[in-house]
Design a protein around this ligand. Structure first.
Ligand code: ASP
Length: 369
């Protein structure tokens, strides 16, 4: 096994960090002169690649059947392959993250698109965002009930409108005007997610007899598995992009919107850093997690893996914010820290060999030391 693959496997295992650039480059300070530009033609070629997540949370071997585990791994692999095909063909990071996220949206196993969780009222409300690190253009949508692939609509908001964010009926009117595929809300029904809502409602009822907003209202009281999907990519030109798509949190109500479509919270990309998050959105919004990681890289000259690790495993842990991120910098350094029991995650580099992981302890399983 090459040194790079060993590093990759280690990163997947501990959910912490990995370096795709030669190890010696890992802590090399990033030049500050071309702050808003991708790596110049003369610079060494970046290690292009794609990193994805399918959500963090209470994911352990005890609560994941081997059949489900195999299906999740297959879907993550398919997503990595789709993104890799784009990048290998010289396609953009934006196209790669769109392709990777779309596949996860179409899978019933993740909390986005087809597998979205239910709101308190028994419907599905979808949020998504995408950001182009080179131009800092961004598109975001929230509260969708009929759009099959919210990430595609987020991209159209970015590319075909003067706006950054559209919500609810307005966003769906825009979807119609753009010819985006709309589906009957029944499309989003999955038995698993419906049962998740029933458990959350039951928990809420046993805690709070009142049907008005309970003082201890906690939308995460479903399965404590987040399941949002996301991707970050670095393409052959050195451009970065990030994308995130979600059904939000089980039992959410009153039009609640989480961090995923909030630029700088759950999704962010600039010329040197791209981040997609999953976790308890209210914390990720209040701590502007995605931007905080990239700001540390920019202002403190901190290597990306260190910046991501501090925000997830120190800043968020101290305040009880559960979740994780995937992140890439323009040199191809990757970080995948999470502070939950597990996180669906994976990476593919130039060699086109997808690697996926779920549990915290996968180092041993993968044979890495
Ligand atoms: N972060 C998402 C939200 O709060 C949930 C998730 O990651 O699954 O809406």
């Amino acid at each position: 096994m090459s040194a790079a693959s060993v590093l990759l496997r280690r990163a997947l295992v501990v959910g912490a960090v990995m370096l795709l650039s030669p190890v010696g480059c890992a802590s090399t300070p990033v030049a500050r002169t071309d702050s808003e530009q991708p790596a110049s033609q003369d610079a060494p070629k970046p290690k292009w690649g794609l990193v994805i997540h399918g959500g963090a949370g209470v994911i352990s071997r005890e609560n994941l059947s081997s059949e489900r585990e195999a299906e999740v791994r297959a879907a993550l692999t398919q997503s990595l392959q789709a993104g890799h095909a784009v990048l290998a063909g010289g396609g953009s990071a934006l196209d790669a993250v769109s392709a990777a996220v779309r596949i996860l949206e179409d899978s019933p196993y993740f909390n986005a698109g087809k597998g979205a969780v239910f709101t308190h009222d028994g419907v599905n409300e979808l949020d998504a965002a995408i950001m182009d690190g080179t131009t800092r253009k961004a598109g975001a949508v929230a509260g969708l009930r009929h759009v099959k692939n919210p990430i595609l609509l987020a991209r159209l908001v970015m590319e075909q409108s003067p706006h950054v964010m559209m919500v609810g009926e307005g966003a769906e009117s825009f979807a119609k005007s753009q010819g985006v595929e709309l589906v009957d809300p029944k499309y989003f029904y999955t038995e698993d997610r419906w049962q998740g809502l029933q458990r959350a409602l039951e928990k809420e009822r046993s805690r709070q007899p009142s049907s008005s907003l309970p003082s201890g209202y906690d939308p995460v009281s479903g399965d404590h598995k987040f399941g949002t999907v996301g991707a970050v990519a670095l393409d052959q030109t050195g451009a970065l992009a990030a994308a995130t798509s979600t059904g939000g949190m089980t039992n959410k109500r009153y039009g609640r919107v989480g961090d995923s479509p909030i630029i700088g919270a759950g999704t962010y990309a600039d010329a040197r850093c791209a981040v997609s998050a999953t976790g308890h959105g209210e914390f990720f919004i209040r701590y502007t997690v995605a931007r905080d990681i990239c700001a540390r890289v920019e202002y403190q000259n901190v290597p990306l893996p260190e910046a991501a690790d501090v925000v997830i495993n120190d800043v968020l842990v101290k305040v009880g914010g559960e979740g994780g991120v995937i992140a890439m910098d323009r040199e191809g350094n990757v970080a995948m820290p999470f502070n939950s029991a597990g996180m669906y995650r994976g990476y593919v580099g130039e060699d086109g060999k997808p690697v996926v992981a779920i549990f915290r302890d996968e180092a041993e399983a993968a044979g890495a030391k």
